[in-house]
Design a protein around this ligand. Sequence first.
Ligand code: EPU
Length: 421
Amino acid sequence: MARYEILGGTPLNGTITVSGAKNAAVAILPATLLVAGPCRIENVPDISDVRILLTILERMGADIQHPEENTVLIDCSGVTSTEPDAELVRKMRASYYLMGALLGRFHKAHVALPGGCNFASRPIDQHLKGFAALGADVEVTDTYVDLAPGAYDLQGGRVSLDVVSVGATVNIMIAATLLPGTTVIENAAKEPHIVDLANFLNTMGANISGAGTDTVKIRGVGALRGGTYAIIPDQIEAGTYMAAAVATGGDVLVRNVIPKHMDCITSKLEEMGAEVIDYDDAIRVRATGKLRNATVKTHPYPGFPTDMQAQICVCMALASGTSRLTESVYETRFFGYCSELESMGADIQINGKTAIITGTQKLYGATVSAHDLRAGAALVIAGLAAEGVTFVKNIHYVERGYEHLIGKLTALGAKIRRIED
Ligand code: EPU
């Protein structure tokens, strides 16, 4: 099992380029199943979740080429299988988008229940409710989801989500794109990757409006044609490096970002004392002395993202005074990393959905374990800011979502290396 060795205490300085968004890529790649012809997808991050998805699609019969770094040419015309490799499907969360894609194209699917980061109970009832609203017959066993046409042909329908769900919004959008009639998703999620998926599908000929608002309308089209599309920059990767710059007392120019997507993160870092300057497609983040305490509550977009909860927690652990961090999307997410941070000297009391973090002067190197992707990213930040050497174990979680982490951090002056045990 590989681990990271980090010699902390060096402020990060320099320029970093953000990769394509993981959570957009893992939606767009399965959506290529709907397209009759080759898609050229650019700015695809080279991360393990993407590699697993591409392998699944290839085994289903997709023709996949990599003409250059971060570009994938994918033609799913030859796919006939509606049963993706169960073992691979169980290795990641977003493999559930294969359900919507197969349902939309073949009107049936036999897909294993997904795996991925299990920092909370992560039900998919809203996805299934959406499929049923489109006319699918949905059967769930302990290990599989089976989708088939119900009594009538599949067609557009109206779905009002009981919880704002990124995954359900995406899955229903994908499933409905080729179905006759109009589908309306109410109480839809508004994350940037939902807009990116809609832009991708519309580029290929779909008719989707309202993405980025809480009502998304999908007017079914007969077919999608191939084309070229570039994935947006990763909001959370950018936020992670911004938090790392602040926690280490550094000064970093984060390139290839959409500053608007970063607003909620930027304003919290500013409140904590960092200087943040927005450019057209870059953000400069500079620590200006001791960090100040803050109050943060996670929310669906445009709120402060749950996927930045752990990283901001490290900044709070190093701030003066007492901070409050409340999680409103996944209650149990604190358990993935707070005790690890405490072993590095952080002072965190968890009280239900809220963590009370009393800032400390210093964190100290320790051996810690990542329990999920963002928890792992937070431990890397803590290691970079800490005095002494930190070992981060279970780094396969981190590699699920951060492209070239070691290279990017090293370029900023970090002393981090990957050790194969
Ligand atoms: N929920 C339900 N039923 C459902 C779906 C969701 O009750 O059918 C609940 C969840 O339990 C949660 C809330 O609704 O409390 C929101 O979950 P959502 O469906 O939005 O999460 P997701 O689609 O499974 C995506 C990201 C996560 C990110 C969340 C929230 C992808 C592949 N994953 O997950 O990203 O935390 O949205 O923003 O897009 C990560 O990148 O590290 C990551 C975990």
